[in-house]
Structures are given as C-alpha cells and as structure tokens.
Design a protein around this ligand. Structure first.
Ligand code: SIN
Length: 460
C-alpha cells in the first residue's frame, strides 16, 4: 500500500495468538479498492481450522487477561488509544483505500473509533460488584461482575474501524478476550488495529483476527462451545442466522442490524437546520450507514421549499475517489450495492409513496426519497410502518409535538433537530428487527459482563 508513513500497519496476514499467519490451505482472497477496482492486496482465506485455533488462543489468553486489575487493563487500552491517534493519518488512508469513504470522513471515523477505546478504558475502572441486602441477618449476598469469556466480534464494511472498537474495547475492559472477523471487503483496518494492539502491549491471544469469507468462519464461531458471546453488526438476515446458530450452545448475542430510518420535517421546522441534518444523516459514508435517513417525510406546507433547498445543497456535493480533496461522496463498496441503489432510484425520487421498494428496504446508498404528508398521525404511521427500529429523526420547534413524536417513534435512537446521533457517550441500539443489546456509553460494557451472586452464610 502506497504512501503510508508506517508501512508495518499494512498487514496481509491474520493474527492468531502471537503469530501473524496465512491460511492453512495457502489460499488468499483479493481486496479491491472501490475507487479504482484495483487489487489493493490479499488476505488469507481462513476457514474452520484457523477459527478453532483463534478461539483456542483467545481461551488460553483469557485467565491471565481476566486476572489483571481493571486499572491494568485500562492502562493498556489507553496505550492502544494513544497509538490510534498517533497513527490517525495512516489508519484513515488505509480505511479510505479499502472502503472508499472520503479521507476526512475516514479521519472522523478513526477519532470516533478511538473514542470507544478511551471511553471503555475509563469504564473499566468503574466495573463494580454490588452488595445485595440479605433477607436474613446471618447472610450477606454479593453480585460479582465477571467477564463473559471468549467473544466473537463480527463486523461490517461500512465502518471498518469504529464497529470493531465499539465492541472490542468494552470486551477487553470487562476482561474478555476476542476473535475478530472483519468484513472480507475491508480487512486491513482491522489488521492495522491488531498491529497497534501488539505495540500497545496488549498480550498475545487477547485479540485474534481472522480474515476470509464468512461462511466457514461463522459456522465454527456458532458451533464452538468455547465462544460464549457473539457481537455482530450487519444485516438483519445474517443477525437472525447467527442468533439461531448461537442457540445450540446458548451463547449471548448482541446484534446491531439494519435500519429504515424516517426523517420527518414538520411545517414549523427550521428548514436550513433540517437540510443540514438531512445531509449529515443521509449522505455520511455515501448513505452506507445503518442509521442514515432512508425515508424523508416532509409536511405538505414546506414540501416544495425543503425539496428545493435540499436539491441545491446536494448539487454542491462533489462525488469522486475518497482520496481526492473536497470529495463529499466516495464510491460505493461494491457492485451489489450499486445494483440495489439503482433498483431503488428506478422506482422513485420525489413524491415517493409507501408502496415503493425504498419505503420497505434499507437503500444503503446516497438516495434521498421525499414523501409528502399532511398530519402528524399520518407521519408517525408511515414512520413506524417497518419491521426495523434503529434511528428516527424529526424537525420541529413545537415543544408538545417534540415529546409526542419522540414518544411515538418505534426506534432505539431519536434525533430532534439533530441529524447525527453517533457518539461514544450515548447508547447505540435498535429495537424491533434492528437489534438486541446496547453498544457504547455506560451500558455497553454490561454486554460483556455476567453477574454471579455469591451468598455467604453462617454469619449469625
Ligand atoms: C452503522 O452504520 O452501523 C453505525 C453507524 C454509526 O456508528 O454511526
């Protein structure tokens, strides 16, 4: 990979225990740069045997990692965070080359990803057991917080850095060890994080990284009884398969799945703010985010004004390769993404109706359909008419309407006059078919902790 200050960050091997390795079969898969379709490099095509080895390495590292004090684990996470910030430019370049997003957005993602490591380094110090009042005088009861064990972390191609750190940082802070399976489209950001984790002094086996196609690796992760938890970000279809597969050995699951976010602009909205919010929500990462506005609902009285302003703003956005200065929208990740977007565009652009494909499917691309509505009730009914419930946005200046709409939305995250909800300090979560569990914030670490109750008798 060209133009990295630290060439060691570009790794083309997986990480199992203390070894950077190829596949046992010797097979590799190509990683394609979305902007040029050139081959950026290869990674090992690992399968079941390598997955077993990675799980065994994570299990071997687990007792010593779990036995460290919370402050020791916090210090190692702090060191990892420091290296991510120190290597921000290289990490962002790797990310743009393999994922396509504009370089400035990649830098934001590296900061966002690093923020989870910092946050959970801090949270590690606050994991506390709790005393439970005993029903009898001769007993004491304590709820001990303990790590879940070996966790499998399966991540998508849209945020190749931050979706890993949002899961791995709380896992490590809690005392778990991990096996990461990044998207086969974007493995290099994950591998660079592995290099920096080693340099930070995180012991071998605490983080293992498998590269390759998902089928065999996923099958072993689901079947392997040593894996106690699966945390996945990706499609609802795959999330539901993993949940089914995890059932046999009763693994815990956290799932951050698809969305179909409504973005409602009411007649009394500040239209300039609403347009900026729509741009931020809809076009971040070229629309390839689970939380991006999928359906923009505009009240009849401001429909034309909002549409004109939005079009004028979108026309100023430069489309091109992510490394080119000033580019706001980079290439889509692959051909399949482009075909889906074309299918949605062929169906609609303005005056969208609820029977159109993009009213039901997540577009995952830079398409902004506008739906016209008349009443609040109608808008809420349209907004909630989806099996998904990740993010929802609305713009109004009316206090009563603000509360009514926020409470009526069926979504895990709601933005009022705000088009961006992503931050390490607030829970990131979906309801309905958008997922299970909470990531980030003070609650994210709980996904990687069990509570064991310890009853102490004979004290009377
Ligand atoms: C996602 O699209 O899955 C995550 C986006 C975010 O964290 O902001």
């Amino acid at each position: 990979m060209q133009n990295l200050s630290d060439k060691q960050l570009f790794r083309q091997q997986g990480l199992i225990g203390d070894q950077w390795k190829g596949a046992l079969s010797g097979k590799t898969i190509d990683v394609i740069e979305p902007a040029t379709q050139a081959v950026l490099g290869t990674v090992p095509d690992m399968g079941r045997d390598e997955t077993r080895a990675a799980v065994a390495a994570a299990a071997k590292a687990y007792p010593a990692w779990r036995a460290k004090t919370n402050a020791e684990r916090a210090a190692l996470l702090e060191a990892w965070h420091g290296l991510m910030i120190a290597h921000l430019d290289d990490l962002a370049r790797i990310l743009t080359l393999e994922q396509g997003k504009p370089l400035e957005e990649s830098k934001s993602e590296i900061r966002y990803g690093a923020s989870f490591v910092k946050w959970f380094a801090e949270e590690a110090r606050r994991i506390g057991s709790r005393t439970i009042p005993s029903p009898t005088a001769d007993r004491r009861i304590v709820g001990l917080k303990e790590p879940v064990g070996v966790c499998a972390i399966i991540t998508p191609c849209n945020f190749p850095n931050a979706m890993i750190t949002r899961k791995v940082a709380p896992a490590l802070a809690a005392g778990c060890t991990v096996v990461i399976k990044p998207s086969d489209f974007t493995p290099y950001s994950a591998l660079a994080l592995g290099v920096l984790a080693e340099r930070a002094g995180i012991p071998a086996g605490v983080i293992n990284i498998l590269t390759g196609l998902p089928t065999e690796i996923g099958a072993e992760i689901m079947a392997n009884e040593t894996v106690r938890k699966i945390s996945f970000t990706g499609s609802t279809r795959v999330g539901s398969l993993l949940m089914r597969g995890a059932a046999d050995s009763v693994k815990r699951v956290s799932l951050e799945l698809g969305g179909n976010a409504p973005f409602i602009v009411f007649d009394d909205a500040d239209l300039e703010l609403a347009v900026e919010g729509a741009i931020a929500s809809k076009f971040r990462n070229g629309g390839q985010t689970c939380v991006c506005a999928n359906r923009i609902l505009v009240q009849a009285g401001v429909y034309d004004a909002f549409a004109n302003k939005l079009v004028a703003r979108v026309e100023r956005m430069k489309v091109g390769p992510g490394l080119e200065p000033g580019v706001a929208i980079g290439p889509m990740i692959n051909e399949a993404a482009i075909s889906k977007i074309n299918r949605h565009v062929a169906d609609v652009l303005t005056e969208a109706t609820t029977d159109m494909v993009l009213a039901h499917e997540e577009t995952f691309g830079p398409v902004a359909p506008l739906f016209r509505f008349e009443t609040d009730e109608e808008a809420i009914a349209i907004a909630n008419a989806t099996p998904f419930g990740l993010a929802a946005y609305f713009y109004t200046r009316d206090l009563k309407r603000s509360w009514q709409v926020a409470e009526a939305f069926e979504a895990g995250m709601v933005g009022l006059n705000a088009g961006m909800l992503s931050t390490e300090v607030a829970p990131f979560s979906g309801i309905k078919q958008s997922g299970l569990g909470r990531e980030g914030a003070h609650v994210g670490i709980e996904e990687y902790l069990e509570m064991k109750t310890f009853h102490i008798g004979g004290l009377g």
